[in-house]
Design a protein around this ligand. Structure first.
Ligand code: FAD
Length: 473
């Protein structure tokens, strides 16, 4: 039985885990990083953010080429070589993952490939291909992430029923694809498959796509889905699935009525569950909530003083950059620095076409919390840059605290919204006011001007909008 000692053991090498391991090593800690997969990078790099964005980029080129007809530039019908597309996508994952391995090596982070299981609050057992190894640690960081939730009724062991993991493998682009779930994963992958040739039907149990996000930001994505998918059915539930020859028989429920449809493939994108099974948490003092996510305080500490937890496994917004930030907070706290996740601004981006991005307080949140806010919106049809890109389908909005004029939230929908939102994050983090945003010169012609003009509009003086808002000094 092999046993090793380390100062910090990190379980899981996703964007949370590898950031914690690298940052811990940078701060002088002896770190062991344990990963059950064959590659570093976690869901984000291998089965999530990176492969989905690579495919979204490739398929966007197809749509742009098609749309360029109206500008007098025509291309032939695209020839899609699925194998080459997959190879290109996989080469990016390979390159990034190799990069992480090198970055770990140069920092002297010990990487152990195997499945981690807590024996007690100071010992992790790792099942490796060479047998069991035991690590005695001073502090542990749990960063084991999450996996797709698959309701029992859909879990038929039929490869035609996919989660995002299989969908990103792109083994087949079939004729009829049903997507269950109108959240960001369903919409992003629906965009990819519809562009590659599938006839996509998307069903969502709630009464809107991207539930929880301000409807004015979602409207353009809804229009896109309605025109590029065969159908978008809201308030519709899938009650049953069954194998039927080469197809999946699906029973749908809408307003109390049942309907049976047949699909070649089904993508189930109804949420994610934490990877806490068989982790040995019962041998520690770590507590989980009723959905199984690990409970942490704003310092990423669990109820076991030796164990921290970060990223998807802690619930809340399941986002890679949030996991990485929490990693740095955990290591800072561990090394005696004041650090907290209270009040951090976590942006979110949906990489649909157009993109949707927001940060800070949303209009819907303000309403539900009874917080008085002023909301100002700048339509991209008034942006010269948006028109040169032929992308007037956008909107920039600011949520402002009336008494102080402080920016509380920013929402953007439009092409490249994911890149633009960082300005909003910085503004909120720095406590900027609408005046600060309005007085800051933004280069012309850029989409970033929509933020400045939106702030101008707050004072009733936007150059490219004649509608006057309440004039402020
Ligand atoms: P993970 O990335 O899930 O990594 C956890 C790691 O722990 C895994 O490698 C796993 O193998 C390992 N592990 C689990 N159990 C054990 C164990 N017992 N022992 C050892 N290792 C273990 N987020 C964004 O911010 N932007 C996006 O554009 C985006 N797109 C996405 C698209 C898709 C299709 C999906 C599915 C997700 C997307 N996400 C996106 C979410 C993002 O991938 C996650 O929020 C992020 O990966 C969470 O990081 P993490 O470090 O908490 O865990």
């Amino acid at each position: 039985m092999k046993s090793a000692k380390t100062e910090v053991v990190v379980v899981g090498a996703g964007p949370g885990g590898y950031t914690a391991a690298f940052y811990g090593a940078d701060k002088g800690k002896a770190v062991t990083l344990v990963e059950q997969d064959k590659r570093l990078g976690g869901v984000c790099l291998n089965y999530g953010c990176i492969p989905s964005k690579a495919l979204l980029h490739a398929t966007k080129l197809i749509r742009e080429a098609e749309e360029s007809k109206i500008r007098g530039i025509s291309y032939g019908k695209p020839q899609i070589n699925l194998e080459k597309l997959k190879d290109w996508k996989n080469s990016i994952l390979e390159r990034l993952s190799k990069g992480l391995t090198t970055l770990g090596k140069t920092r002297r982070v010990e990487v152990l490939y195997g499945r981690g299981h807590f024996e007690d609050s100071q010992t992790l057992r790792v099942e490796t291909s060479e047998g069991q190894k035991f690590i005695q640690y001073e502090k542990a960081v749990i960063a084991v992430g999450s996996k797709p939730a698959v309701p029992k009724a859909f879990d038929l062991g039929n490869r035609r029923i996919m989660t995002s993991t299989e969908a990103l493998e792109l083994e087949e682009v079939s004729k009829d694809l049903l997507i269950v779930g109108g959240g960001y994963i369903g919409l992003e992958l629906g965009t990819v498959y519809a562009t590659l040739g599938s006839s996509v039907v998307l069903v969502e149990a709630m009464d809107s796509l991207l539930p929880g996000i301000d409807p004015d930001l979602v409207q353009y994505v809804r229009r896109y889905a309605e025109s590029h998918f065969r159908e978008v059915r809201l308030k519709t539930k899938v009650s049953e699935m069954a194998t039927s020859g080469n197809q999946i028989k699906v029973t749908l429920e809408f307003e109390g009525k049942e309907k049976v449809d047949y699909y070649d493939q089904v993508l189930v994108a109804v949420g994610r569950v934490p990877n806490c099974q068989d982790l040995g948490l019962e041998n520690t003092k770590v507590k989980t909530d009723d959905q199984g996510f690990i409970q942490v305080n704003e310092k990423q500490q669990t109820s076991d003083s030796a164990i921290y937890a970060i990223g998807d496994v802690t619930g809340g917004e399941l986002l890679a950059h949030r996991a990485s930030k929490q990693a740095r907070i955990a290591i800072d706290v561990m090394t005696g620095e004041p650090s907290t996740s209270a009040d951090i601004v976590v942006p979110a981006v949906v990489f649909t076409d157009p993109e949707v991005a927001w940060c800070g307080l949303s209009e819907a949140q303000a309403a539900s919390m009874g917080i008085e806010v002023e909301v100002v919106k700048f339509p991209w049809s008034a942006s010269g840059r948006a028109l040169t890109l032929d992308r007037a389908d956008g909107l920039t909005k600011l949520i402002v605290e009336p008494q102080t004029e402080r920016l509380l939230g920013v929402g953007i929908t439009g092409c490249g919204a994911g890149e633009l939102i960082s300005e909003g994050v910085l503004a909120i983090e720095l406590g900027a006011t609408a005046k600060d945003m309005a007085e800051t010169i933004h280069p012309h012609p850029t989409l970033s001007e929509t933020l400045m003009e939106c702030a101008h509009l707050y004072y009733g003086q936007a150059t490219h909008i004649s509608k006057k808002a309440k004039i402020r000094k």
